[in-house]
Design a protein around this ligand. Sequence first.
Ligand SMILES: [Ca+2]
Length: 275
Amino acid sequence: MKRAALLAVPLALLAPALAVANGKSQVTVSATPQPVEVVPLPCFPSGRLALGMTNTGRKPMIADMRISAGAPLILSRHQFSSYLPVGQLVTAPLDVRVPRGTPEGTFTVDLAAEGQRLSAPVVVKPAPPKGPGDNLLLGEQAVASSTHGNMKLCGGVDGNSDSEQWGASGWHDATKGAFPDSYGVDFTAPTTVGRVELQTLDSIRYPAAVMGVRDFDVQVRVGGAWTTVAELRGNVEGHVKVTFTPIVAESVRVVVQDSNDHGYSRIVELQAFDS
Ligand SMILES: [Ca+2]
């Protein structure tokens, strides 16, 4: 008799969850990864969740997921609606961002679909250091003369310099065959810059000597005016390091005058350092 009484406790605790799963809801909600991590910089790769819905019923249906979160989280969507075949996971991406300066912490994105709910944890990580020797452009807001629709403005400062992942993490302009094109960063406060490193497209399939930037200037903005600190011509290398007398600048950019295929200005990653 005492054993039966003890068993009744866990069963009672389970009852609400079982009621939801076996009630009228025919959809299970999922989110991966958990937790998702975000960094409070505008061009740092965003936290990306794969939202999922699975129809656990016996008939196909259309389901709506509502997606919500409080400050400081910024969501790329607030609804995910889809036709759901029986027994098949249907997913959609959700990008999660936080404003610059957001302190470390854990927050949640709340998902609700057809009576099912899920709270997915979001962990805000510290911004990368920007001291001596650190890449001053990493994750900062990129500024470009134009950006091709297949590329991302942030792709040249997202920390990924792998030419094999060019499509996902590089930048190029939208004006084929027309130069110059510019790409750089506006600092949030004047910053000492003494070295710029440019990595242009340089993969086995697309070597720099064929597809990379060929002629480019490195410029810094001081007191609102752009100054050229280096001019490079005839480049065929994938990774170019340019050092100059360190200067306190409001912005740094490269101005591409031509590329080796005379088409686009392709930047896999642009970096700047104090010296
Ligand atoms: Ca990149």
